[in-house]
Design a protein. Structure first.
Length: 458
C-alpha cells in the first residue's frame, strides 16, 4: 500500500499528474491483484492526500534533519521521507511501524544505500511530535508572520499573503482559513431544480448518510462514506456533485431583481456545466431559456451531458466568449464564471498550491477582463451580469471588476452599477461589507467563490 502511495506521489511530482486522477486506477489495480481492501484504499488515499497537503511543513522538517540543501536530495528520496514524516507526525501509526515500513519501502524503490539514509532521517524526525517540530523549524510569528503561517499551515508564502490580503483581519481568521484548506472537503450534491429535490436525495441515502445543505435548498451534504454513485438521481443526471458555494452563485444570479423581460439567460464559460445545469433548471421554472457557451469542445460536451434532460429550453455551443457569436444587448442575465487560479479550491486539489505560480495570475488577467467586458456588452440595459471566480485573490476579483467598469487599460468604461449580492444569499452569515460577496471555506464550508453582480445602466 505504501508502494502505491509512493507511485502516486511520483506521478504527481514527475508528470504533473493530479492526485485525484492518478489514485483511482492505482487503487483499482491493487484491488484486482487481491489482498487490498477498502481500509487499505482509505489509508493509501489519506497518505497521498495528507502528504501532498502538508508537503511544505514536512519539507521544512526534513530540511532540518539532513546535512545538505533539500534541492540536492533526489525527489524520490524526498517523497519517501515525506510519506514517512506524514505517518510519524500526523497519523496514529506507531512510530516504529512508520519507520520500518518506510525503510522497507525505500529498500524496494530506492535500494539499500538510500534506505539507510531514510532510516537515519526518519529516526530523527520520530524523536519529536509535530508541534515541537513546527515550533523549531518555523520562524516566530512576531518576526515573520507570513513565513510562520506558510510553514505551520503548509502553504506557499505568496498564497498566504494573497489569501490574507483578500480575507483581511488578524491572525485567527487567516489561520482558520489555511487550516480549512488542509481539511478534506465534504462531498455536496445538488438536486437540479425541476428535476429532483433535496428531499428525494436525502430519502434515497441510507439513514445518517446525508444532511441538508447549510444554505442552498437544493444541496445535500454527504456524511463520511456517502457515495454519490449510490444516489439514483445522480446516476440519472437529475442531480450532481456541486459545492454549495457554486449553487449559491447560480441562485444569486437567477434571483437578482430585474425589471422587464427575463427570458434569455447566458452562461458564457459553462464547462463542465455545474452552474449551467442549475441555471437551466431555474430558467425553465421561469419560462426562460439558457444559452450555455464554452470554448473547449471537450468541455462543451460535458455541458451537453449536464444539461441533457433539462425540462426547459436550452442550447449548448462551443464559442470563445471574448469573440462571441451573439450580438450586443440580447440577454437578461449573464454568468461569467471565468478561468482563474483556483486558489479558492485548494482543499480539493492537494497538489495545486505547489504548482501555482504568482505569474499565473498575469496569464489570466487579460482573459478575465475581456470576458467580463463581453458579458456586460451581451446584457441588455437593466440586465444583470454575475462575474464569478473560484479564487479570492483580489487581482482576480474586485480589481478585475473595477478595471472593467472604469475602462482601465485603454478600454472604454462600461456603464454598469453594482448590485448588492448579499441579500441574494439569504441566511448566509459573514458576507462582509458588500456589494460583492466572497465565500470562505472556514466561514461557510464552501469553496472560496467570489461573486460580483452588475446591472447594465446604459
Ligand atoms: C471556472 S470554469 C467554469 C465552471 C462552470 N461555470 C461550472 O460551474 O461548471 C471556466 C471555463 O471557461 C472556459 N473558458 C476558458 N476560456 C474561455 C473563453 N475565452 N471563452 C469561453 N470559455 C472559456 C474554460 O474552458 C472552463 O471550462
Amino acid at each position: 500500500m505504501r508502494i502505491l502511495a509512493f507511485e502516486a506521489l511520483r506521478a504527481v511530482d514527475e508528470r504533473d499528474a493530479y492526485a485525484n486522477l492518478v489514485l483511482p486506477p492505482l487503487l483499482r489495480k491493487a484491488r484486482e491483484e487481491g489482498d487490498f481492501d477498502a481500509r487499505d484504499a482509505a489509508l493509501a488515499t489519506e497518505l497521498v492526500y495528507g502528504t501532498l497537503r502538508r508537503q511544505g511543513t514536512y519539507d521544512a522538517i526534513v530540511a532540518a534533519c539532513v546535512d545538505r540543501p533539500l534541492r540536492e536530495v533526489d525527489p524520490p528520496v524526498l517523497d519517501v521521507l515525506s510519506l514517512g514524516a506524514h505517518q510519524l507526525l500526523a497519523t496514529r501509526i506507531p512510530s516504529h511501524a512508520a519507520v520500518s515500513a518506510s525503510v522497507e519501502l525505500a529498500r524496494v524503490v530506492l535500494g539499500d544505500g538510500r534506505a539507510k539514509f531514510v532510516n537515519a532521517v526518519l529516526r530523527k524526525i520520530a524523536r519529536d511530535d509535530l508541534d515541537t517540530w513546527v515550533e523549531r523549524v518555523a520562524p516566530p510569528y512576531d518576526k515573520d508572520a507570513e513565513e510562520h503561517l506558510a510553514v505551520v499551515h503548509s502553504h506557499p508564502r505568496w498564497i498566504v499573503s494573497a489569501l490574507w490580503d483578500a480575507l483581511g483581519g488578524g491572525r485567527a481568521g487567516i489561520e482558520d482559513l489555511l487550516e480549512a484548506d488542509n481539511e478534506r472537503p465534504e462531498v455536496t450534491l445538488v438536486a437540479r431544480p425541476g428535476r429532483s429535490t433535496a428531499d428525494e436525495l436525502l430519502g434515497s441515502l441510507e439513514e445518517d448518510a446525508g444532511l441538508p445543505g447549510r444554505w442552498s435548498p437544493h444541496a445535500v451534504r454527504l456524511v463520511e462514506g456517502g457515495e454519490p454513485g449510490a444516489v439514483e438521481a445522480v446516476r440519472e443526471g437529475r442531480a450532481g456533485v456541486q459545492d454549495e458555494g457554486s449553487q449559491l452563485v447560480a441562485m444569486a444570479l437567477a434571483n437578482a431583481p430585474l425589471e422587464g423581460s427575463d427570458t434569455r439567460w447566458l452562461d458564457g464559460c459553462a464547462g463542465p456545466g455545474g452552474k449551467a445545469a442549475m441555471l437551466a433548471g431555474l430558467a425553465a421554472q421561469r419560462g426562460a431559456s439558457l444559452l450555455a457557451s464554452e470554448k473547449q469542445p471537450h468541455r462543451a460536451r460535458l455541458v451537453e451531458r449536464a444539461l441533457a434532460g433539462n425540462p426547459g429550453p436550452y442550447q449548448v455551443i462551443t464559442a470563445d466568449g471574448t469573440r462571441p457569436p451573439w450580438g450586443p444587448g440580447v440577454f437578461d442575465r449573464v454568468l461569467m464564471d471565468v478561468p482563474c487560479s483556483g486558489l479558492g479550491a485548494l482543499r480539493r486539489r492537494p497538489e495545486s498550491r505547489w504548482r501555482r505560480r504568482p505569474e499565473d495570475l498575469e496569464g489570466f488577467a487579460p482573459l478575465q477582463r475581456a470576458l467580463l467586458r463581453e458579458a456586460l456588452k451581451a446584457v441588455r440595459v437593466g440586465g444583470v451580469v454575475g462575474y464569478a471566480t473560484c479564487s479570492p485573490h483580489l487581482a482576480e476579483t474586485r480589481v478585475v471588476v473595477d478595471d472593467v467598469l472604469r475602462g482601465r487599460g485603454g478600454n472604454t468604461p462600461i456603464e454598469a452599477e453594482w448590485v448588492d449580492a448579499r441579500p441574494l444569499m439569504p441566511g448566509v452569515p459573514a458576507l462582509g461589507d458588500g456589494p460583492d460577496v466572497q465565500l470562505w471555506p472556514h466561514l461557510h464550508g464552501t469553496d472560496a467563490m467570489y461573486l460580483a453582480l452588475l446591472r447594465r445602466t446604459a
